[in-house]
Design a protein around this ligand. Structure first.
Ligand SMILES: Cc1cc2nc3c(=O)[nH]c(=O)nc-3n(C[C@H](O)[C@H](O)[C@H](O)COP(=O)(O)O)c2cc1C
Length: 306
């Protein structure tokens, strides 16, 4: 019987549902699945206050770990496959999972293991996954699959609904006009089990060479040129903002609160202004630089790290 370890974090359970929907075929075919929930010692609030939400930004971008509760697992146990399930926070790996990846236990559990990443998020996951590829490489793990569930609404719509979701705890019918935030039930019913079948097939043989290509064919990841261009701006600017805030103080300190609040206004405003402009540029880019955009889309659909 094949053994699968799922290392995950979730605040509202969205990611856990996506993981369970994906792994359902493995479970029904007899794979043994162990879930390891990563718990920060000081848990994050849900819903978040405006200040708490933006205050976590510098540490998230810099990858600074937080203290975790002891793990309920024997780190020497053997698993055939490890699933790392995480959310991108501010285009980076969410703090709980990034903290786990920096522990001695992670070194033991992941070294030389095939790893599949599963994400459930708004829609901006490319940079977070690049950081994940690097972490896994340093842990000598082998990334053999990536499945990313996103909110498929237009970028500005999901910007509003994700903020209503994380800051007000409102998932549906925000202001009576906005659609439900998050990953759709339809994706969980259609794409997730197809991905699960593919994962099971490769788990059985232990040969993962064609797994990612098969997953992509089933819609496991969709890379959109407009979001690719948006994320590139964020990737360049975020470390600068993160340094600007952390120069004033450590996480939660009153000294940096003004800078945190400025960022909390600047970031949504920038996305509002840039999003339509970048959407227009992205519509033109395939005409202006067809091979470059195609190459980028292909790269982010794969598990290699450049
Ligand atoms: C602090 C924070 C930052 C986030 N940043 C991003 C992001 O950069 N890209 C994205 O697609 N989603 C982002 N999200 C949304 C999450 O990926 C996810 O959809 C949400 O937190 C719910 O997931 P969960 O209930 O499984 O924790 C962010 C959420 C939080 C709390």
């Amino acid at each position: 019987m094949k053994k699968v370890l799922v290392i995950y974090y979730t605040q509202t359970g969205q990611l856990k549902s996506a993981v369970e929907a994906t792994l359902a075929p493995l479970k029904s075919k007899g794979a043994n699945i162990t879930y390891l929930l990563i718990k920060p010692k000081k848990s994050y609030p849900y819903p978040w206050s405006y200040t708490e939400f933006f205050d976590i930004f510098p540490e998230t971008v810099h990858g600074i770990p937080t203290e975790l509760e002891p793990f309920s697992i024997n780190e020497n146990e053997h698993f055939d496959l490890v699933v790392v399930a995480y959310q991108p926070w501010f285009l980076s790996i969410c703090v709980p999972i990034n903290s786990f990846l920096q522990t001695e236990e992670a070194k033991k559990l992941l070294k030389d293991k095939p790893v599949v990443t599963i994400l459930a998020c708004r829609n901006m996951w490319l940079n977070g996954q690049e950081k994940m590829k690097l972490r896994l490489k340093n842990l000598e793990a082998q990334l053999v699959g990536n499945i990313t569930f996103v909110d498929k609404a237009a970028n500005l719509v999901s910007l509003v609904t994700v903020l209503a979701f994380v800051l007000a705890g409102k998932k549906e019918n925000f202001l009576g006009i906005f659609p439900k935030y998050g990953v759709s039930d339809e994706d969980l019913q259609t794409i997730a089990p197809k991905c699960g079948d593919i994962l099971f097939k490769h788990l059985e043989t232990g040969n993962y060479d064609t797994q990612q290509a098969e997953l992509v064919e089933q819609g496991a990841v969709v890379v959109k040129p407009n979001l690719l261009l948006m994320e590139a701006r964020g990737r360049d600017l975020f470390p600068i903002y993160a340094n600007y805030i952390s120069k004033k103080g450590t996480a939660g300190s009153a000294d940096r609160r003004t800078r945190v609040r400025i960022f909390g206004i600047v970031l949504p405003t920038l996305i509002l202004i840039l999003s339509p402009i970048i959407t227009i540029i992205s519509r033109l880019s395939p005409l202006l630089f067809p091979s470059k955009i195609k190459k980028e889309v292909e790269y982010y659909s794969k598990n290699t790290l450049r």
